[in-house]
Write a protein of this length. Structure first.
Length: 112
């Protein structure tokens, strides 16, 4: 998460309309870098679809809370689909303008 984001945007034609992430938050310390990355790579009116299966470190409460700090709101949990969440950016982004976005020099997160 958070590595070479500007390079990624350049090589993939700019920000995405939709980002889908599945089973990527198996450790809690990866949640904040995930949101930094989503905020950087997603269009302002884009959709972030986060899918997770319950584990010993169930992040289902933490992910929306940290996402809120980055200007996202959980629009709903998709009914009948365990662990599928849809997020959109809030209309006003003033509350998260001071949250740090990773740069090319950001230290890599160790997932071990």
């Amino acid at each position: 998460w958070g590595q070479n984001l500007d390079t990624f945007l350049e090589s993939h034609g700019g920000p995405a309309d939709v980002i889908i992430a599945s089973d990527v938050t198996y450790i809690t310390k990866s949640i904040e870098p995930m949101w930094q990355t989503v905020r950087h790579l997603l269009l302002p009116d884009g959709i972030f679809l986060w899918v997770m299966k319950s584990s010993s470190q169930d992040p289902s409460d933490i992910v929306p809370e940290i996402g809120s700090r980055y200007g996202f709101t959980k629009t709903n949990k998709i009914e009948d689909d365990d662990g599928v969440y849809l997020f959109r950016r809030r209309k006003s982004s003033d509350d998260y303008d001071n949250v740090e976005t990773p740069t090319e020099e950001t230290e890599e997160i160790d997932d071990s």
